[in-house]
Design a protein around this ligand. Structure first.
Ligand SMILES: [Zn+2]
Length: 406
């Protein structure tokens, strides 16, 4: 058995006690002057004061703080090309959906991703993951959706599967065939039938995805259409995530409730009535603040949703268009400012609550006996300091399953 004792922890942000709602979002369950014993990759014991004797390795944390590894619950990790050429158009006031309709946006990335080789996609995504690990990300969800056709969707998902062999970050795959309307399939039903018959069987047979996702938005897929493709995924055994309410509120939350989705994501324009529904159905809302920042659009009404009892998580939405940002710390700084939330509140959203958004809150997201020892060591006096300052990465070490990976 491998045993490690981590001593001299100034503050251990355990996030113990389950997912956070309402006022509890600010509770980081901090233990001061702490120590933690990790056995075979899992937390075995936590305490404060003088550490007990252990027959194992002793690691002095030098009076730094320790917190659970971050969980990025929404990314579009694997893609080809670059969309910085759209930046000028955005600054000139061209709307996101207008860029999309003119063949840019997701369509441009689809073209580039189809052209890219497996190796090119792999190398690009691997570099992003390496960077995200230094930002403290130890679990990450990755969506397909830049292929739309069989070969490219499968290529994207297989890149994620291959990356899992070479990164300590746990990768969770979502199949997102309905990310945009492909030009060769103006009819949604025909497109979904193609996905159901030609792509999904391979995805399931090779265990390439855990979730089915859909971009439910004005000008993309409406609620009826989203329900059709998501039901196909659900029938095949996939769990459900849905992009909703990014630009317009057009019934996405109702679809999520009807299908028993794990999460709805974006929620920039989610209404009070829909917030009540999310709370009643215990569906997570994954908010993406860096997208609001980058698009110059409204931030989700996090405080309103909290008041209505919605469980909130936060993620980067890393993608080449609406959010080319893989800096998790910077995203958290934006979240706190954009949503007017405290550092501990955004920390809850990025750890224990984000764990629930990927259906793993029993395994990760907090440092409690029996859970995976995924954690970050930071050279600051408190997490407040990380958020209050807009610069610097104070992470000195990252551990995954008790093993030092940064
Ligand atoms: Zn997205």
């Amino acid at each position: 058995m491998s045993i490690k004792l981590f001593t001299n922890i100034a503050k251990l942000y355990t996030m113990a006690g389950g997912v956070r709602k309402k006022d509890r979002l600010d509770d980081a369950s901090i233990i001061e002057h702490a120590w933690m014993i990790v056995a075979d990759g899992r937390v075995q014991e936590i305490g404060t004061g003088k550490a007990p004797f252990v027959d194992g390795e002793i690691i002095d944390c030098n009076n730094q703080i320790v917190l659970p590894g971050f969980i990025d619950a929404h990314t579009h990790l694997v893609y080809g090309g670059d969309r910085s050429n759209e930046y000028r158009k955005k600054m000139a006031g061209v709307a996101y959906l207008d860029i999309l309709q003119a063949g840019g946006g997701i369509h441009a990335t689809v073209e580039a991703t189809r052209k890219a080789t497996f190796e090119e996609l792999y190398n690009k995504a691997k570099a992003t993951l390496d960077y995200m690990l230094t930002c403290g990300v130890t679990t990450l969800e990755a969506k397909s959706g830049y292929g739309l056709d069989r070969d490219t969707e499968i290529k994207q998902l297989e890149v994620v599967k291959e990356l899992q062999k070479d990164t300590p970050i746990t990768l969770i795959s979502s199949f997102l065939p309905a990310h945009a309307r492909p030009k060769n399939y103006p009819d949604a039903h025909a497109f979904f039938t193609y996905q159901k018959n030609e792509v999904l069987p391979y995805v399931m047979e090779h265990h390439l995805a855990e979730y089915m996702d859909c971009f439910l938005e004005t000008g993309v897929f409406n609620a009826e259409e989203a329900k059709e493709i998501l039901q196909i995924g659900k029938d095949a055994g996939l769990k459900i995530k849905i992009h909703v309410d990014e630009i317009a509120s057009i019934g996405g939350v109702d679809v999520a409730c009807e299908l028993g989705a794990v999460s709805v994501e974006h929620c920039m324009v989610t209404t009070e009535a829909d917030s009540d529904k999310l709370a009643a159905h215990d569906i997570m809302a994954v908010l993406l603040p860096a997208t609001s920042f980058n698009l110059g659009s409204a931030y989700a009404r996090a405080k309103m949703m909290l008041k209505h009892g919605v469980t909130l998580a936060v993620a980067t939405d890393y993608n080449p268009g609406s959010c080319p940002c893989s800096d998790f710390l910077w995203m958290l700084r934006i979240a706190s400012r954009g949503y007017k939330l405290t550092p501990n509140e955004v920390l809850s959203m990025a750890t224990i609550n984000a764990a629930k958004a990927v259906d793993r809150d029993h395994e990760i997201g907090s440092l409690e006996v029996g859970k995976q020892a995924d954690f970050i060591v930071m050279n600051v006096a408190s997490f407040d300091e990380v958020i209050a300052n807009m610069q610097k990465n104070p992470i000195t070490q990252v551990y995954k399953n008790g093993r030092k990976v940064v």
